[in-house]
Write a protein that binds this ligand. Structure first.
Ligand SMILES: CCCCC/C=C\C/C=C\C/C=C\C/C=C\CCCC(=O)SCCNC(=O)CCNC(=O)[C@H](O)C(C)(C)COP(=O)(O)OP(=O)(O)OC[C@H]1O[C@@H](n2cnc3c(N)ncnc32)[C@H](O)[C@@H]1OP(=O)(O)O
Length: 251
């Protein structure tokens, strides 16, 4: 039943990168999407978005991304070319993620931040980018845990692993069912995740029953040889009345 996250990792590791000359793997380059160039800033970097007065998109390469992260990012970007996969932008305010059609009447607050984007220093916290495949009801996250996510020396804290899994699975649930909340998240931690390494978080919606969305997820190393964690989750689609009440109670 499983969707071969490892196979994807291995396939990605084995597949040649179109347009990249042999020996170019050592170069730190990233392809599109390409905002207008600014002197001193490579195209497609996170800082480039802010010059347009838009919310900064953090799901773009920055100087902290390792070569593994850049290589995987470029391979997934290639997979977006036929439209099956889409890169999900990432902002530090959750309201910037919600399409107008799904918004209630939330006021954007300046004193709140999406938990995953609460550490400013590049590379110190959650470096990640997610890709969505709507037809497969699948979201894959490329995740590079930074030094402020430490649990045991040199390894990512289990809570940070739960956070990135919840967010990846949650994004998948949102793409399937709109306004949802995590009702249950169950994680088996199989192998520790070294800080600064890159892992693939591969999530899929397995079943939708009324308002219930059942999902599963695997976190694996880029080469597919190490299983770090496995998870299942239940997300519940909020009914409109309850969503209004929740909103009223937090304002
Ligand atoms: C276009 C695509 C874009 C996609 C991506 C977009 C954006 C990405 C952006 C950012 C990425 C970052 C974040 C990603 C997003 C999300 C991840 C974070 C999510 C969270 O961080 S979220 C916080 C933690 N979460 C809570 O804080 C929930 C507290 N909780 C409640 O608010 C309620 O509890 C609720 C609403 C869950 C349900 O309440 P309710 O009243 O609506 O429903 P009710 O209780 O009636 O249950 C209905 C049926 O579900 C069954 N059921 C319920 N709970 C169950 C359980 N635990 N186990 C087994 N079954 C359960 C019942 O048994 C019943 O089943 P039945 O109908 O068969 O009787």
């Amino acid at each position: 039943m499983w969707r071969r996250c490892g196979a994807l990792g291995r396939a990605l590791a084995l597949r040649g990168l179109p347009g990249l000359a042999p020996g170019a793997a050592g170069r730190r380059t990233a392809s599109g999407p390409s905002p207008p160039a600014r002197p001193g800033l490579p195209c497609g970097t996170a800082a480039a978005g802010s010059q347009l007065g838009q919310s900064k998109d953090y799901a773009l390469p920055n100087a902290s991304w390792s070569q593994d992260m850049l290589d995987l990012y470029n391979r997934f970007l290639d997979m977006t070319k036929d439209g099956l996969w889409k890169r999900i932008p990432s902002y530090n305010n959750i309201l910037d993620h919600i399409p107008e059609s799904m918004k209630l009447t939330y006021e954007k607050r300046k004193d709140t931040r999406l938990f995953l984007r609460s550490i400013d220093a590049e590379g110190a916290g959650f470096e990640y980018v997610m890709f969505l495949n709507t037809s497969e009801k699948r979201v894959v996250c490329l995740f590079q845990p930074g030094s402020y996510l430490e649990g045991h020396p040199g390894f990512a804290h289990g809570g940070s692993i739960a956070t990135i899994i919840d967010s990846t699975i949650g994004s998948c649930a949102i793409s399937v069912a709109g306004k949802v909340m995590t009702a249950n998240l169950s994680i088996d931690y199989v192998n520790p995740v070294p800080l600064g390494s890159v892992v693939l978080v591969d999530s899929k919606a397995d079943k939708v029953e009324g308002r219930k969305v059942f999902l599963s997820c695997k976190m694996q190393s880029v080469d597919g040889n190490t299983l770090h964690a496995e998870a299942t989750a239940l997300f519940i689609q909020l009914d409109a009345t309850k969503a209004q009440k929740q909103q009223a109670s937090c304002q």
